[in-house]
Design a protein around this ligand. Sequence first.
Ligand code: NI
Ligand code: MN
Length: 233
Amino acid sequence: MDLKGIKLTWLGHATFRFQTPAGRSVLIDPWVMNNPKCPDSEKDLKKLDVMLITHGHGDHIGDAVEIAKKYNPTVVGIPELIGWLTKKGVQNTAEMNKGGTQTVGDIRVTMVHADHSCGIQDGDQLVYGGEACGYVIEFSNQLRFYHAGDTNVFGDMKIIHDLYAPEVAMIPIGDHYTMSPREAAYACGLLKPKTVIPMHFGTFPVLTGRPSDLEKLVKGVEVVQMRPGQTIG
Ligand code: NI
Ligand code: MN
């Protein structure tokens, strides 16, 4: 897969890091230091320019506050989640909501729907975190990626294809808390990406879906199975 100057690294689960063609660093779903699938060699991010957050569950924001304070990236998320991060001392934020697009660093980010819950566990309190979302990211080389966050399949994935036509889709396949391979295959039919990168599987025993299950169910889409710590592009 030619990513035209983009480098993409999977840190395990739903956490990905991009290096943009201009050399900026973008992290999606900051679960890094405490992510059991993240190799130790990837836990020091060195620098970070932009952080995108899909929702407030611990396996997506587990290290958000610490990483934001350490590297001071621009943090993108839905307003309620950004409000909570701000209360925790995160300063450099760029909130947005579904349907909106903004330029952050050298990427264009569109927040799109995800069908999932979004409570934030804060000590013994459960805080309202807004809604879960996904992102379409357009890079300066015109390549578009869709990170679905946690979601089941939903019919409006067709709208994401019609409006944004992402070439690469990172979608959950683990089952139990998100789409199963069967739902993910249906999602591929709606999204029509050239390439799909499965995520959110294998981290815990209940996340039983596997890329090989998805591969058997899709036609005309390349399934790229990454290893945690692997970089492509
Ligand atoms: Ni979740
Ligand atoms: Mn999750």
